[in-house]
Design a protein around this ligand. Structure first.
Ligand SMILES: Cc1ncc(COP(=O)(O)O)c(C=O)c1O
Length: 373
């Protein structure tokens, strides 16, 4: 009899590597928390919108009760925003929850899930978590190769994950190409279009994925309040899909998967267009700031459509880890991406102008130290 617990496919999971918290870096490197700049988890540098904070204070008085299991008010607000019936919405404990629920609801052990090389780490975890087979399609210019992904679909494929924009590479597939993919994909394959960074897209890149949901019964669009809306710590995201998919997801999800504070804050944030605009504007300016600096330093980077940039900090396989350590010592937290098969690169989230400036000079110093050795 085996002495090991759990199925093989669970034991084979490599746990998700999150960005280091500020408190941990302060302790480890003997630094003052106040002086640490965290550009590691694609969070909103403005923090929680004031409107959401006020909504949470009001909601706190009711915390003795369970949340609304159906999230009526939040779903109502989302239904209005995206012009879909409320019954087409699934709320999630972050959009991560939506991705997991989708894998559990639509895929059986032994069937396959298709996703791209260098795409969001949770796709591999969700695949593994249900004991499904991974079909990982090689990236094209660090992004999704949709034609190759279509060709990779097999008879037992039940789900395809597409991140647009993608994390950690920041790559983007134009809406016209996504729609061409939706037209060709077999109708029994669920397409999860993960749009966690959608709100950062430039105007000319924006497309109407909610309209595709009306057209394609096998499409699930996933969105989050963690990034542009500034609510990462609350964990709230949502999925849009027709009832054939939404009904199944509703059976799989935990009854109270989105807490009361999160529901209240998300409604406030959804209506706070000023905060959203401010965030998008800061992001576009910060992106220019980074790109100019990387170009001056002669560093290769992947053009990004999200709130982060992937930059190559050396040519050897230890480069990412080495520069990351040099940055940590200077109190700057970024994300090494060796776990994605990108050991020469770092992913840097876009912060406030001053935070970006701190990163740039810390990076210059870290690279110079490397050269002096
Ligand atoms: C592409 C992508 N999808 C989904 C998520 C999940 O975010 P959350 O669970 O906070 O909504 C992330 C978070 O980094 C992401 O990068």
């Amino acid at each position: 009899m085996s002495k090991q617990f759990g199925p093989d496919y669970v034991r084979a999971i490599a746990p998700y590597q999150a960005g280091k918290p500020i408190s941990e870096v302060a302790r480890e490197f003997g630094l003052d928390e106040e002086n640490i700049v965290k550009l590691a988890s694609n969070e909103n540098p403005f923090g929680v919108p004031e409107s959401a904070q006020q909504a949470m204070v009001r909601a706190a008085a009711e915390l003795g009760r369970y949340p609304d299991a159906n999230g009526f008010e939040l779903k109502q607000a989302l239904a209005k925003r995206y012009d879909v019936p409320m019954e087409w919405i699934t709320l999630g404990n972050g959009s991560n929850d939506i991705l997991e629920i989708a894998a559990h609801a639509f895929v059986e052990r032994g069937q396959s899930i298709v996703y791209a090389q260098y795409s969001f780490a949770v796709y591999a975890l969700a695949t593994q978590g249900v004991g499904a087979r991974h079909i990982v399609v090689p990236a094209k210019d660090y992004g999704h190769d949709l034609e190759a992904m279509l060709d990779a679909i097999e008879d037992d494929t039940r789900l395809v994950f597409i991140a647009n924009p993608n994390n950690p590479t920041g790559t983007f597939v134009p809406g016209s190409e996504i729609e061409a993919f939706l037209q060709k994909v077999p109708p029994n394959v669920v397409v999860v279009l993960d749009e966690a960074y959608n709100e950062f897209l430039a105007e000319e890149d924006q497309y109407e994925s909610a309209a595709w949901v009306r057209q394609y019964p096998n499409l699930l669009v996933s969105r989050t309040f963690s990034k542009a809306y500034g609510l990462a710590g609350l964990r709230v995201g949502f999925g849009l899909a027709q009832p054939a998919l939404t009904d199944l997801m509703n059976r799989i999800r935990q009854p109270f998967n989105v807490n009361s504070l999160a529901q209240a804050a998300a409604i406030a944030a959804l209506n706070d267009t000023e905060f959203l605009e401010k965030s998008a504007k800061n992001n576009a300016a910060g992106y220019r700031q980074f790109v100019e600096a990387f170009e001056q330093m002669g560093l290769e980077y992947v053009p990004s459509h999200g709130n982060f940039v992937l930059v190559k900090v050396g040519n050897d396989l230890a480069a990412g880890a080495r520069i990351n350590l040099a940055l940590l010592k200077q109190g700057v937290i970024v994300r090494p991406v060796g776990n994605y098969g990108l050991p020469e690169w770092l992913r840097i989230s876009i912060g406030l102008p001053q935070e970006n400036a701190v990163l740039i000079s810390a990076l210059q110093k870290a690279l110079a130290e490397g050269r002096d050795q």
